[in-house]
Design a protein around this ligand. Structure first.
Ligand code: SF4
Length: 154
């Protein structure tokens, strides 16, 4: 457990890993599709890696690089833009006082990310629940993860 919080509190390392993984996958984009064996392998890999490190909820639209490498889906309100305004004076969550506000952590960690840190200022569209349980890496490669819901200005 201690090692996981160490990793999360060193988002610079994760940022480098993310950039390298993204670059490594780029040449294979055209073969990455939803459904089938390749996606199943990715899903297993994401559950095995992002699960223990980020408490990933497999939303299928990963924005860790925009949220200080802190999973926004672990916020009890599953907010994609935060904080909600109900943060307690001691920095804990208003819904679950035993946990620190996910968005305060995201803000603090994003300041330690030279490449993607500013992305926390971006307004995130609502999460597409139809992608839940699918591979975020595949969705990023196909562009499905970045598709805007109808009526949402790009
Ligand atoms: S943003 Fe989505 S895919 Fe990324 S760690 Fe959180 S639940 Fe998993």
């Amino acid at each position: 457990m201690r090692i996981m919080s160490w990793i999360q509190n060193h988002p610079r390392v994760l940022e480098v890993v993310y950039s390298r993984a993204q670059a490594a996958l780029r040449p294979f984009r055209r073969w990455l599709r939803r459904g089938g064996t390749i996606e199943r392998v990715f899903i297993v890999g994401e559950i095995a890696t992002k699960g223990p490190i980020f408490d990933c909820r497999m939303c299928g639209q990963c924005i860790l690089h925009s949220t200080g490498m802190t999973c926004p889906m672990t916020c009890p309100k599953t907010m994609r833009n935060g904080p909600c305004g109900g943060v307690r004076l001691d920095g804990t969550c208003e819904v679950r006082p035993e946990m620190p506000c996910v968005w305060l952590q995201a803000w603090e960690r994003s300041k330690r990310m030279p490449a993607f840190g500013d992305e926390i200022l971006l307004l995130q569209p609502p999460v597409d629940r139809r992608l839940e349980g699918t591979s975020a890496w595949i969705n990023e490669a196909t562009g499905e993860g970045a598709r805007m819901p109808p009526g949402w200005g790009a």
